[in-house]
Design a protein around this ligand. Structure first.
Ligand code: SAM
Ligand code: SF4
Ligand code: SF4
Length: 388
């Protein structure tokens, strides 16, 4: 059995000051990092709390009643988030994803959504504004979020069998309530793409070899032809508390083989550069993609690194900027904004400087290591803190 590693140091404290470069960097929408990657996508964590305890993300043994979540005063306010988001958008960000923890636990989230929906890119276009949720509160919130300006949602769902699902969320939450939330989101119209066209909701399923492999086919059957896209995510070694080991990872290639036992699939072209999922379309009797049957996606973060196109920055709940999901430290933008009273131009300079210095490519480098060294490379922040 693999040993669980509990971090001895609170990773959230490990942040560098966001320094101003000697020459100001103005936001002109054309920022690129040390490996030539643009800044396109910003993920904003709005809370570090969650009502689930998925053991691959917030295991109960660690995130128990004694766990010290951030005090409310440490969280960025909606105004602070919107101010930072405006600077990121001026630098080239076109897509914002709200995440957490469970983002729908943040009170009055629709107010933030409405503020972000007002932002425009340097070309005058609205943002692709989306949110990832466990779906538990979606039935109640879907219409309010849509009215506030949210384009679409991604719902995480790790199985259809109630017993398996309750085991995965580890708080005995019934799958029927999440399915109700998904239907509510569909009815509210939360499935628009960046161009405002209907693209359907996305459903994310993390696959752990010991727990939910038998859910792959039932999930594929359920969502095939539903207008929703099911995506399978390889179980990743994010954070330091989930006791990750390679044996638990089911490679995406195996997921596709599994589905092909029952349904014919054909590979599809990516929709955009930096797209994390590889797309496969359900085929008709002639072996051609049938859009009515839809598609599935696989996110092969472990077996096929996609760092070379990674255009994502992550803003933690308390305003620290992370450049990689596997980073061990971030840059403190809140301090620059709140304590040092930095101007928007200062924020733009600091963010520009940080992004220009970015060379992260953790998954690519890990793939070069021998198998026995691929787990537990140093200390990392938790996914529930910087968001997925
Ligand atoms: N609570 C929300 C949810 O579950 O959708 C949003 C936050 S959650 C951290 C974002 C995504 O990260 C979810 O789709 C979740 O399944 C995924 N995730 C969390 N830990 C993971 C891990 N160890 N490997 C792969 N995906 C993970
Ligand atoms: Fe909560 Fe999402 Fe993490 Fe599950 S994956 S514990 S729902 S934050
Ligand atoms: Fe991006 Fe880091 Fe993931 Fe590579 S490992 S794709 S750089 S987040």
């Amino acid at each position: 059995m693999s040993e669980r590693v509990i971090p001895l140091v609170d990773q959230r404290l490990r942040a560098l000051p966001a320094l101003l470069p000697s020459h100001a960097i103005a936001a002109n929408g054309l920022l690129s990092d040390g490996l030539g990657r643009p800044l396109h996508d910003l993920r904003i964590s709005v809370t570090d709390k969650c009502n689930f305890r998925c053991n691959y993300c917030m295991p109960k043994e660690v995130f128990n009643k004694d766990y010290a979540y951030l005090p409310h005063s440490d969280l960025l306010s909606f105004e602070e988030i919107t101010r930072l988001a405006r600077v990121f958008v001026a630098h080239g960000v076109q897509k914002i994803r709200l995440t957490g923890g469970e983002p729908l636990l943040r009170k009055n989230l629709e107010i933030l959504v409405a503020q972000l929906a007002e932002l425009r890119t340097p070309e005058g276009l609205p943002l692709d504004l989306t949110l990832t949720t466990n779906g538990s509160l979606l039935a109640r919130k879907a219409h309010i979020l849509k009215d506030a300006g949210l384009n679409r949602v991604t719902v995480s769902l790790d199985g259809l069998d109630d017993a398996v699902f309750r085991q995965m969320n580890d708080v005995d939450f019934p799958v029927a309530s999440v399915l109700e939330g998904i239907e509510a989101a569909k009815a509210a119209g939360l499935g628009l793409d960046a161009q405002g066209r209907w693209s359907g909701l996305k459903i994310n399923m993390v696959v752990k070899r010991s727990t939910n492999v038998d859910q792959i086919l039932p999930m594929a059957r359920h969502f095939r032809g539903s207008g929703m896209t099911l995506r399978f995510i390889e179980y990743m070694d994010v954070g330091a508390t989930n006791g990750w080991c390679m044996d638990e990872v089911l490679p995406s290639a195996d997921v596709i083989r599994h589905i092909q036992q029952e349904f014919a699939l054909v590979p599809l072209e990516p929709n955009s550069t930096g797209e994390t999922a590889q797309r496969w379309g359900y085929a008709n009797a002639h072996g051609e993609f049938d859009p009515n049957l839809g598609e599935v996606g696989v996110i092969s973060s472990v077996t096929q690194a996609f760092c070379s196109d990674c255009n994502r920055a992550r803003l933690s709940t308390e305003g620290k900027l992370y450049l990689c999901l596997f980073a061990s430290q971030g840059w403190d933008l809140r301090e620059l904004m709140r304590d040092k009273q930095g101007s928007d131009a200062d924020l733009a300079s600091a963010i520009g400087h940080i992004w220009q210095g970015r060379t992260d490519r953790y998954s690519e480098l890990r793939a070069l290591l021998p198998a026995e060294q691929q787990a537990a490379q140093g200390r990392r922040v938790e996914m529930s803190y910087i968001g997925g």
